[in-house]
Design a protein around this ligand. Structure first.
Ligand code: PLP
Length: 404
């Protein structure tokens, strides 16, 4: 008789975004015709850049001819894309990462969830709190997180590293010793990040205690401050302790197309065993998750026109971020993020809980955001707004919030 993986049952039932969707649909049913503005979910809204679209059209045409048709993609991804990534994302920044250390994938979500599979069950994970929920959820499903305590919304075997206004959202080395450290920088949801010297301290710490840092750089394209690293491999010694996850979703609008990559340096090893070799056995190997057409689109992201067009797209979203930040500050809110990331993180007013503020904003301003508590216990009392809406809607939402 088959058995299920009971760890799946441990995940608390209702997912953050489905609860939000239910609340919004209940509100619109009760208030038909209300003009809801969504500044909640982290999906992009601008269309794919012309350089990307034209590369995709060309690749589609190639698929129609037996002479240029492409079947299964190579297991690491096509060399044309890995070479472009190695040149532009690493060599140009002085990082020593070669194209055969890059594993192309269908996005950072699957890699960030699956990467834990190459590590033993007994590893203890540490996460920034609050953070993108996939890291903890995937470790819950693999049975690594212990028991859930609903009163504190924490897992007994997870080391939480609070990032709050008190420590300027900079994670501190935990008291207990972790084996796997998830760092998401710039951070979703707080929109904050740390300086390169601080990141170097994390690399030194990981090397010292023999831990692996899983570094999610999905929002790297939004970094505007010069003392912030674009890759963890800008830090000395990162090749022996860090795996880096990247996505084409937020820098190039590929959320509906799906493309990302993971870097596992060949120097990263557990005794004699190379983690690079282990990740080469991951699910999907030999049938790379990203199709030829999408990998060609990814290559175009690094073309001269592609780079220019995407710089403009990031600037568009960051104009929204600046407007939200300034508008909320004018209205008396305490606001963080929005400088190196498309997320604005605000302290809820008058000690309101995150969900109470969600209801208040929905009912009084018809604006939808995301309650901070959905990203971890230290997110309680905070709220996330995203810069991914249209500029017009962003301004309209701000006008409404200012009137409250
Ligand atoms: N990593 C972080 C921190 C994210 O916020 C997201 C999406 O919101 C992802 C990864 C997912 O990226 P992808 O669309 O490439 O799966």
């Amino acid at each position: 008789m088959f058995k299920i993986n009971e760890n799946y049952l441990k995940l608390p039932g209702s997912y953050l975004f489905s609860t939000i969707a239910k609340k919004v649909s209940a509100y619109t049913e009760a208030n038909p015709g209300s003009d809801i503005i969504r500044l909640g979910i982290g999906d992009v809204t601008q269309p794919l850049a012309p350089a990307v679209i034209s590369a995709m059209h060309k690749a589609v045409d190639e698929m129609s001819d037996a002479a240029t048709f492409h079947g299964y993609a190579p297991d690491l991804g096509y060399a044309f894309l890995r070479d472009a990534i190695a040149a532009h994302d690493y060599k140009a920044r002085g990082c020593e990462i070669s194209s055969d250390e890059i594993f192309v994938s269908d996005g950072a979500k699957s890699d960030s969830a699956n990467i834990q599979e190459i590590f033993g069950q007994e590893n203890r994970i540490a996460v920034c709190d609050p953070v993108y929920p996939v890291y903890v959820d995937s470790n819950v499903m693999s049975g690594r997180t212990g028991e859930y305590h609903p009163e504190t919304e924490t897992w007994s075997n997870v080391i939480y590293m609070p990032c709050t206004m008190e420590n300027h959202f900079v994670p501190e080395f935990p008291k207990e010793t972790p084996d796997l450290i998830y760092l998401c920088l710039p951070n979703n949801p707080t929109g904050t990040t740390i300086t390169k010297p601080k990141l170097q301290e994390w690399v030194d710490y990981a090397n010292k205690i023999g831990a692996v840092i899983i570094y999610d750089a999905a929002y790297e394209a939004y970094i505007s401050e010069p003392d912030v690293a674009h890759s963890i491999y800008e830090c000395e010694g990162a090749r022996t302790c860090a795996i880096e996850l990247k996505s084409f979703s937020k820098n190039a609008g590929f959320t509906g197309v799906r493309l990302g990559y993971t870097v596992v340096p060949k120097d990263l090893a557990c005794g004699e065993v190379s983690l690079h070799d282990l990740w080469a056995r991951r699910h999907g190997t030999k049938f790379n998750g990203a199709p030829y057409i999408v990998q060609k689109a990814g290559e175009a992201v690094y073309s001269k026109e592609g780079k220019q067009q995407l710089k403009e797209q990031v600037a568009y979203y960051m104009k929204n971020a600046s407007a939200i930040k300034a508008g909320l500050q004018d209205a008396g809110y305490t606001v963080f993020g929005g400088v190196n990331a498309p997320y604005i993180w605000l302290k809820t007013p008058q000690g309101m809980t995150s969900w109470a503020f969600f209801d208040y904003l929905l009912e009084q301003a018809n604006v939808v955001g995301t309650p901070g508590s959905g990203f971890g216990p230290s997110g309680e009392g905070y709220f996330r707004l995203t810069a991914f809406g249209s500029y017009e809607n962003t301004l309209r939402a701000l006008e409404r919030i200012k009137k409250l």
